[in-house]
Design a protein around this ligand. Structure first.
Ligand code: PLP
Length: 498
């Protein structure tokens, strides 16, 4: 059970660091011959032995096992964090991605093999999206957005224009306005219609000679497909503006429809959401940026292309490029995980995954709207939003509902997002979840709704069954402690103090 920190007065978990467990000479694990020679060779590369904690293997394994039990992950249970697409990540993809760590540092033939895989995957992405060219190096979705907006800025510059405005609908993902601003644009918020869709007439009202682009999340953060997209693309193109699509939610569209066929000029994909690699705190991401042919020459370098013999090559001679946006080959292991995912599912499998992600979300939506009410009249795809509206008069908030879910063994949904829904709970079950788990989640939500009506006063105390109970989030945000403190009253100081 958590104890109370003498520094903050808040609960802490008394799992010592390995450094604190360290005792000189308590590291009896030895590498068996003949492997010890290799190990000695590796360690010989250091001028002096690395200063590692001296903890025996058994204690080390127990330490990490205890830590892993404090954590909640997709392999623990359902993780319906809307917009984050926490789906199961097949282990075979991890094995495939591990190829690159095995060949590091890469010699020329190994490098050629990796480039070949990347080029194959790039071509698969072009086929999936209907776009003409792609750069695989951005390290996350937001990084892909930034790269895309820099590309659009360069293209305008090449046209001799200096347009500064980017229209951003109120259903866009939160990173969109930030990326536009970092790329040097000013964002203009465009309200969507009552259906949750962006309406072409509304866009037309905002168009003028200073509009560089519109940045649309599609499906948007309500989970709604932007059905006016082709008309909107036409309006933008007639105005000399570009249509940027945040394609991070492409997992709902795979194999069903293609942004390149809808008039999109530039987009990014979150490989870590769409093609299976952990998202959230779970690991690095990858956000390839894709463009139509007229924007191709502005993409970041190095350019990945095939020579006359079909061999994949990196090329730097792109005078109009926005330049480098990442060292090396981006987060190459994440790209290879995505490639492995695409190859294992195949064309039909990808389409099935998209359809199933929508089916799962709609099953839950229909079920939960009976108790929580509806916030969106339109059909939704892979995720949906409900709210705390039905319980507000009892003083039970979206946050209270999320915390109560933790006590029922689930990761909470995304709360208070999207911003255009008050008290939002955004739920994305993903295609990974079997019907049985969806049922368990729906039952848990229904029980919470029942309790909110009968005993709303109890809600402030959730969660009670987690390693850390309810924390004061405002305090935590305002008083971040980012350096190590010896918080264990019984230890009398730790490794770093000593
Ligand atoms: C629609 C959408 N756009 C952009 C992003 C940002 O991606 P990242 O967190 O990889 O920067 C996300 C993240 O979930 C997203 O859902």
């Amino acid at each position: 059970m958590p104890d109370e920190s003498p520094v903050t007065g808040f609960p802490v978990i008394l799992e010592p660091l390995l450094a604190e467990l360290s005792r000189p000479g308590s590291n009896p694990a030895r590498t068996p011959r003949p492997f010890d020679a290799h190990l000695a060779e590796d360690l010989g590369a250091y001028a002096s032995p690395p200063r590692l904690p001296e903890v025996c293997e058994f204690e080390t394994v127990r330490h990490f096992t205890r830590l892993s039990r404090l954590n909640y992950g997709i392999e623990t249970g359902m993780y319906p964090l809307g917009s984050c697409t926490m789906k199961y990540n097949p282990k075979v993809s991890e094995v495939a991605a591990a190829c690159v760590s095995d060949i590091h540092p890469a010699d020329a033939p190994a490098m050629e093999r990796v480039l070949g895989w990347l080029a194959d995957f790039r071509e698969a992405l072009l086929e999936i999206t209907g776009m003409d060219d792609a750069c695989l190096w951005p390290a996350a979705g937001a990084h892909g957005e930034l790269a895309g907006m820099l590309v659009i800025g360069k293209a305008l510059e090449a046209r001799g224009e200096k347009r500064r405005k980017v229209l951003v609908p109120d259903t866009a993902h939160g990173t969109n306005p930030a990326s536009c601003t970092i790329a040097g644009f000013t964002t203009v918020n465009v309200p969507s219609g009552r259906s949750g869709c962006l309406e072409a007439d509304q866009v037309a009202r905002h168009l003028d000679a200073d509009v560089a682009a519109l940045m649309m999340t599609n499906p948007n953060t309500l989970g709604v497909f932007e059905r006016d997209i082709e008309r909107i693309a036409g309006l933008l193109h007639d105005n000399g503006s570009y249509l940027y699509m945040d394609g991070a939610n492409l997992n709902a569209l795979l194999g069903v429809t293609r942004p390149g066929d809808m008039g999109v000029d530039c987009m990014h994909i979150n490989l870590h959401k769409t093609f299976g690699a952990p998202h959230g705190g779970g690991g690095p991401g990858s956000g390839p940026v894709l463009v139509k042919a007229d924007l191709s020459r502005f993409l970041p370098v190095p350019r990945l292309a095939r020579d006359a013999s079909g061999r994949a090559r990196l090329m730097d001679d792109a005078p109009l490029s926005v330049g480098r946006i990442h060292g090396g080959l981006g987060n190459v292991a994440v790209v290879l995980k995505a490639y492995a995912y695409v190859l294992s599912l195949g064309a039909q499998g990808l389409k099935d995954a998209a359809v199933r992600s929508c089916l799962n979300a709609n099953y839950l939506r229909k079920r939960l709207e009976k108790t929580f009410g509806s916030v969106c009249p339109s059909p939704t795809l892979h995720e949906f939003v409900i709210s705390d509206r039905a319980f507000r008069d009892k003083g039970v908030s979206a946050m209270d509902i999320a915390k109560a879910l933790m006590d029922k063994g689930f990761h909470p949904p995304t709360v208070y997002f999207p911003l255009n829904v008050q008290g939002a709970l955004m739920i994305e079950p993903t295609e990974s979840e079997p019907l049985r788990e969806l049922e368990r989640f729906a039952l848990a939500m229904e029980e919470i709704a029942g309790a909110a009506q009968v005993s709303p006063g109890d809600f402030g105390s959730h969660p009670m069954n987690t390693p850390v109970e309810r924390v004061d989030e405002v305090w935590a945000a305002r008083n971040l402690i980012l350096t190590w403190h010896d918080m264990n009253p019984s230890s009398g100081g730790g490794y770093l103090n000593g």
